[in-house]
Design a binder for this molecule. Sequence first.
Ligand code: ADP
Ligand code: ZN
Length: 767
Amino acid sequence: MSLRQNKTVNLIPTRIELARPLPPLTYLAPEGIPPGVRVRVKLRNGAAMGVVLGPDATPPSVKLKAIESIVDPFPLLPPNLRDLLAFAADYYAVGVAHLMPLCLPNVLVPDWKVEIEKGVRLADLRDEGRWTELAALGDAWHRGEKPLQGLLHRRERRGAGLTEVRRTGVPHPLKVTPAQAKALVALEEAGGAMLESDLRERTGVSAAILALLESKGLIQRTKRLDLLSRRREEGLDHRVVLNEEQCAAAEAVDLARFGAHLLYGVTGSGKTEVYLELAERVLSQGKRVLWLVPEIGLTPRLLARLEARFPGLVALGHAELNISEKQADVVRLLQDEAPIFVGVRNAVLAPLRNIGLIVVDEEQESSYKSEEHPRIHARDLAIKRGQIERCPVILGSATPSLESWHSAQQGRYKLLRLTQRPLGINLPEVQVVDLRDAYREQRKRVVFSKSLLAGISDSLARGEQAMLLLNRRGFENFWMCRSCGKTLDCHHCAVSLTYHKGAYRLRCHLCGFEAVPPEVCPHCGANHLRGVGEGTEQIENQLQALFPKARILRLDRDTTSRKGSMEAGLLAAERGQVDILVGTQMLAKGHNFPQLTLVGILNADQGLRFPDFRAAERTFQLLTQVAGRSGRADKQGRVILQTYSPDHPAIACAIRQDFEGFAEQELRYREALAYPPSTVLALYRSEGDTLEIAKQALEAQKTRLSPIPGLRMLGPLEAPVSKVRDRFRMHLLVKARQRSAISTALAATALAPGGPVVLDRDPLSFG
Ligand code: ADP
Ligand code: ZN
C-alpha cells in the first residue's frame, strides 16, 4: 500500500529505528501505528527496513518524508519476545532493528507484504487507520487464536511445500497395488520417512496413490521443517525408567514459575533423559519447549532421540536451512505447530509463544556467544527469557562454565547433580606421557611417544579405532628463516602464514591470503627457510608412513569445507571404514564411534599457552570431552595424553575427570586476579587504518568513562592480533565488581553508532 497517495490516513511524525550505523530517524507514519511494526523507508542511498518506536513528540524542523510501506499488519513478535528484545538492546547496547533479523528472517518480508495487500480486509483496515481493530487481531493471534490462519496457510503452502511421508502400518501383501508397494518399499529403504517430493520423484507414484495409502493408515503425511527422521536410529524410542537421581532432578524443577537450574553430570549420566521427561510434562500442559544446542551438525543422536520421542512435534532452526525452509519454520512457530523448537544460538530469540521450559544443552560451549555484531550470549538471554516467560531454564553440562558453576555455588541457580555412572559405561583409563621425559630419552622433540605408537599398533591389530587430536591445521604452523630469524607473515594481518603442503601454499588462517612458498627468505635472501610446528596435515602424513596399511581419515576445517563432507567422514568412521581419525577439536564433540577405543592427545598444553584467562578452563573442558569419547559398554577405552606440564591443574584434574576440584582452584585464581566470574567485563574494540587512529577513539571513550564510579579500565592496548585485513585493532577492557556498574556506564556513555568503537559485553574471545 502506498501511503503517499492515500488521503484518508493521518500521518504524524514517528520515530523509526533503523539498523546501525544509523540512529533512529523520524518519518511520517499513520497515526496509531503500534511500536514493533516493521516498515520500509527510503534513505538517501536506497531502501531500508526499520521498526516503529512510537510518535516523535519533538520532531526535527525539516520537511519529513513519509514511510514507503508497512511490512507487518501488527507487531509480529509475541509481546514477551518484544520485552526480551528491549532488554537485549539495552544490555548489549544495540538497536532493536539489529536484533529483529535474528528473530524473523528478512526474506519473509516481500512475500508477506504481497499477501497482506491481497487480503482486502486487512488493507481496508489499514487504509482507514483503524489500528485498534488490527491491534485486537494481533492480540488474538498472540493469544493463540488464529484469525489470520488462512493467510498464513497460503504462505506456507507456497513457500515451503515440505511434506514428509512416513511409514506407519504393515500392509497386507495382497491388498496393495504394485504402485503402492513401490512407494512403501522406497519408504522402507529410506529408513521409514522421506520428503513427499523426493518419494514421488523416485517412484513416479502420484499424490492420489499416496492419499490412498494414507487413508489405509499405511503412511502418514505431516508438514515438517527438517527431516529429523532421516537420522532415525534403531531403538531410540525406548523409554527408560528414570533412576532416583534423575527423578529427584526432574522433581526439583518447578514448571509453574521461573527458576534457573544447572544440571551437572558426566557425559552419559542421563541429563538428556531428564530434559525429555520435563519436556513431556510441559507439552502435556499445552506449553512449548525451547531447546538450545551448540551446533546442529554435532547433535544427530539427540535429534533422532527427540524425533523418536515426540514424532512430528519437533522443529529445527539452524543456519543451513534454505530460505523457504526458514520461512516455513517461522510460520510454523508463529502458528504453534511445533511445540518443541530446537535450535542454535539465535533460536533464543525465536518467535515462540507460551514457553514452558527452556533447555540449554552443553551450556559451557562458546558457540552460544556471537562473535559478530550483535554480540549476544544465548545462554544469558535464555535466563532472561525464562524470567520474562515465567518458566524454568535448565542449563546442562558435564563441565559447566565457571560462570554458571559460580552462580550455582552462590545459590542463584539451583544445582541438580547426576553422579551415577550410567549402566555399563566405563571411564577410560588415562595414561599420561610426560614429553619432557620422552625428550630426554630420545634426545629430540617427540611427536608420537612410544606408548602412543604401541597403543595405535594394538588397536589396529584388534581391528578397533584410534583418534588423534591436535589443535592445529596445516602441515607446518609457520615458516622461519634460520639465517635472519624472521617469520613469513601475512601481508594483511599480524600473524604468520601456515604451510599447507597438499595445496602447496602458505596461508593466512584469518583473512585467507595465500602465497606460493618462496625458495629463499624474502627478508634476507638466504635459503635457510624451515617449517616449525607440525599440524594435522603433517600428522596424517607421518602416520601414513608409520602405518602404511591403516585407513586414515583427517577431519579439520581444510578437509571438511565442502558441505556435507564432515557428515560423510563421520559416517564412514561410525561404520568402521576408518582405522585412524586425525583431527582438530571438532572431533572431540558429540560423535559416537562404537569401535573407538584409543584417543591420543598429541599436545595437551597447546591451549594453555593462549593469552586468555579462560585458557585453563577451555583446556580442561576439551580434555574431559575428549576422554569421554573413548570406551563403550563392552570395551575398555584408553586415553594417552602427551604433555609437557602434567602437573598443571587443568591437566591433572582432567586426567582424574575432577571438575569440582578444577573449579575450586580456578575460581580462587579468578578471584585473586579479579577475572569473571568474580567480576564482569566489557570490552571496547576499535579498528582503524593505523594503530594511532584506533587508539585515539578508545582514549576518548576512556575519558568519558573515567568519572563513573566502580570501574577499572585496562588499556587502550593493542589487541593480541593487532592487525586483521589491514585494519589495526586496539582494546579497552572495563572491569567492574557489579554488573549494574557496567550497565550504568553504558547508559551514560553510549557510543556513536557507526563509529570505530564497538562494544563487546561479557566478552569470551580476546583475539
Ligand atoms: P547425557 O545427556 O548426560 O549425556 P543421556 O541422557 O544421553 O546422558 O544418557 C546416556 C545413555 O544412557 C542413553 O542411551 C540413555 O538412554 C541411557 N539412560 C539414561 N538414563 C537411563 C536410565 N535411567 N535407565 C536406563 N538407561 C538410561
Ligand atoms: Zn591475513
